[in-house]
Design a protein around this ligand. Structure first.
Ligand SMILES: Cc1cc2nc3c(=O)[nH]c(=O)nc-3n(C[C@H](O)[C@H](O)[C@H](O)COP(=O)(O)OP(=O)(O)OC[C@H]3O[C@@H](n4cnc5c(N)ncnc54)[C@H](O)[C@@H]3O)c2cc1C
Length: 439
């Protein structure tokens, strides 16, 4: 059976002192199976392996090869505002009018999307919005503490960049419209400084004069490259005993002994407990278990330019245009935007090109050549809060998905919460706002 166990790059597992036969090699059920080798699944595996549990991650493409590989690399611990807020909803008509603007909905997808949109709209109601904000703020405190701990334990702290973020405004009106959001962040102890003139130019030289003001958030962090970080966290999890199997899971079912996973090749695996961390595809698996969860995808686009394309000092945020520019160890990443177009539609890279053209206007010296285009699927719930909790239909299944724009940021906290749920411990935060039954 050992031959079945492949490393994430598809190669055979080396015979090393770390290698020990898995429960499957001994003809037993896996202790814990995780579906999804994105950043959420990897962090869950790391925390469970640290706790001494036998854990196997199943993924169809490898470790951190899809949405978790190409994101904007932010540990956005201060990004606590749910997406459905008044400022955002006010901008919708303007954004939707531009087919390559910050937000687009392919008309053919609208009927399928409508129920999600209605829930999104309702999530902006003051009481619901406040509840999501408080849940996110609590989660973010845990997120920061858990990432700092995990980076230390895994020896990956060198991949952390602590140079803050800088957000821009093109008019007094745009700046004033941002103030309630900053006041909300202040309530949760998030530090920031509004800047203009020389202070703005010092924080990012070479910026177009169309931006008259900015906000500097010193506590905002980024990572050297999200894919490299994911692979490094996986190496740590693997050293702690976690295993990987490259496979697409076609079916999941549960009974009193745990879960049965049916792979695309027709074989099956048994596990005592199952964690579903399959990103934007998680609701398809949850549905097989009897749970209907309104997960959609906010598709996002970017282009990664060579590192010397421009001297970007920290992550730059162009909120009014829905994109960011991140200096990575591996290049300069320009992108963002939201396309509510589902999981089947092919990418429309006109969107990444449109963002790149804007970046050239905003940083006039930027060299746009030699870029690599990418699209990813943010797994998004209408209230911007992930699902973290036991499956209503089966106590041997835990859900961990729907982190939207913040999966990298909240992955270590989610890993800890999953460990607590699986081990039957008291979770570090109240999980009621994250419940799969809240819809
Ligand atoms: C443009 C863009 C920028 C972003 N920037 C940031 C940022 O700066 N900071 C931040 O915190 N977040 C950011 N995000 C969001 C973040 O990337 C996601 O929230 C996060 O990657 C989701 O991780 P995940 O593990 O849930 O899902 P994924 O990374 O999608 O992983 C899920 C895995 O499950 C596997 N899978 C699915 N179904 C099956 C199946 N049936 N069988 C086997 N395998 C299966 C898939 O192959 C995939 O590898 C951004 C996203 C985008 C698109």
């Amino acid at each position: 059976m050992q031959g079945n166990s492949k490393s994430p790059d598809g190669g055979r597992r080396p015979s090393s002192a770390l290698w020990a036969p898995s429960p499957r090699d001994r003809g037993e059920a896996e202790d814990i199976a995780i579906i999804g080798g994105g950043i959420i699944g990897i962090c869950a595996a790391a925390f469970l392996a640290e706790a001494g549990r036998n854990v196997t991650v199943f993924d169809r493409t490898g470790i951190c090869e899809e949405t978790s590989s190409g994101n904007a690399a932010a540990f956005a611990f201060s990004d606590v505002l749910p997406m459905a807020h008044k400022g955002m909803i006010k901008n919708l008509p303007k954004w939707l009018a531009d087919p390559l603007g910050p937000l687009s909905i392919p008309p053919a997808y609208l009927p399928k999307l409508l129920p999600w949109l209605i829930r999104f709209w309702r999530a902006g109601a003051p009481a619901k919005y406040e509840a999501s904000l408080a849940a996110q703020a609590g989660m973010m405190k845990l997120a920061e503490a858990e990432w700092m701990g995990l980076l230390d334990r895994s020896g990956t702290k060198r991949m952390l960049r602590e140079d803050g973020s800088l957000e821009f405004y093109e008019s007094e009106a745009e700046f004033r419209a941002s103030l309630p959001g900053w006041a909300a962040r202040e309530r949760f102890g998030i530090g920031f400084r509004h800047v203009e003139g020389e202070s703005l130019a010092d924080l990012q030289p070479g910026l177009s004069p169309r931006f008259i003001k900015g906000t500097f958030v010193p506590g905002w962090k980024t990572v050297a490259d999200p894919k490299l970080l994911g692979k490094a966290i996986w190496a740590y999890a693997e050293a702690k005993g976690a295993r990987f199997e490259m496979a697409r899971i076609d079916r999941v079912a549960t009974d009193q002994n745990g879960a049965t996973l049916t792979l695309a090749d027709g074989t099956s695996r048994q596990a005592r407990q199952l964690v579903v961390a399959a990103g934007a595809w998680s609701h398809l698996l949850a549905r097989q278990l009897g749970d209907r969860i309104p997960l959609e995808t906010e598709r996002g686009y970017n282009t990664t330019l060579p590192r010397n394309a421009f001297d970007v000092r920290r992550q730059l945020i162009f909120s009014g245009h829905g994109f960011v520019i991140t200096p990575l160890e591996t290049g300069l990443r320009v992108g963002g935007a939201v396309e509510l177009g589902g999981i089947e539609r092919p990418p429309n890279f006109n969107r990444s090109q449109a963002l790149l053209r804007k970046a050239q206007q905003f940083l006039p010296g930027l060299n746009p050549s030699g870029g690599r285009e990418w699209m990813g699927f943010r797994p998004s719930l209408p209230d911007s809060v992930p699902v973290i909790g036991k499956a209503p239909a089966s106590r041997s299944v835990v859900y961990a998905f729907g982190h939207g724009h913040l999966g990298l940021t909240q992955a270590a906290a989610t890993g800890r919460l999953i460990r607590e749920l699986v081990l039957g411990q008291t979770p570090a935060v109240d999980l009621a706002p994250f419940s799969p039954q809240r819809f």
